[in-house]
Design a protein around this ligand. Structure first.
Ligand SMILES: Cc1cc2nc3c(=O)[nH]c(=O)nc-3n(C[C@H](O)[C@H](O)[C@H](O)COP(=O)(O)O)c2cc1C
Length: 211
């Protein structure tokens, strides 16, 4: 089956993309508004795009069919700073509450029962309960369509919940870190089912599989 995706209405394009590019990590993003204060919202069009510099991207949609920018978009555009928190199993319910379309003057973090503390280098506060937080400075905000912006940010500080990092390898311990992934709609996945694969060297591959 072949699909002319650009010929479909945006809502159908969204279904195809959001249900195939899975599971997606979830960024719970805190930002600040001079007028309305602290803001938090989840974004799963999100990923890390590289190191040196450490770069994060967020895909920001609009509300009401392009009529209204999301608070996160406005705040990143205006203030240039944000904090990305990875969402783990204990935080999943609170993340979901942060997705409610509250009026701008209501704090999602307060409604979700999460705790904010000052960030080290950026104005938006960070969420204490999060296993991982990345303080970010905007590199660019790119409008890619009438209803879509992409925010690109440089990580200027990282916070890791005590006990998660293996100090010898500098990897997070995958047995202790339980991020959830977004499938689509109301469907999520846990990340407990790990398996290993090692990329063989060319020499090993040649010896074992090629004449
Ligand atoms: C798990 C999850 C992932 C989401 N991912 C996105 C996303 O990638 N882009 C987006 O525009 N909205 C996404 N949303 C919807 C926003 O979180 C929602 O519109 C929120 O109210 C925006 O809040 P804000 O106006 O405070 O930024 C997601 C919602 C959930 C529950």
């Amino acid at each position: 089956m072949e699909i002319d995706i650009n010929a479909l209405p945006p809502a159908e394009q969204y279904k195809l993309l959001s249900s195939t590019v899975v599971p997606r990590p979830i960024a719970l993003v805190t930002t600040i508004s001079d007028q309305f204060g602290d803001n938090a919202a989840p974004y799963s069009f999100f990923n890390c795009m590289g190191e040196d510099p450490p770069v994060m991207v967020l895909g920001l949609d609009t509300k009401r069919h392009g009529q209204v920018l999301k608070d996160t978009t406005v705040n990143i555009r205006d203030n240039g700073q944000f904090v990305i928190h990875l969402v783990d199993e204990p935080m999943a319910e609170a993340m979901n509450i942060c997705a409610i379309d509250f009026p701008s003057n209501i704090s999602e973090v307060e409604q979700a029962g999460l705790t904010l503390t000052a960030s080290r280098l950026v104005r938006p506060k960070r969420i204490v309960e999060a296993p991982i937080a990345f303080e970010c400075e905007k590199i660019a905000m790119i409008q890619i369509g009438p209803t879509r912006n992409i925010a690109i940010g440089k990580v200027v500080r990282m916070h890791v919940r005590d006990g998660l990092l293996d100090p010898v390898t500098n990897y997070i311990n995958p047995e202790l870190y339980r991020p959830v992934g977004r499938m689509f709609g109301k469907l999520y996945t846990r990340t407990r089912d790990h398996f290993e694969m090692v990329v063989p060297s060319f020499e090993d591959w040649e010896r074992e599989h090629m004449k």
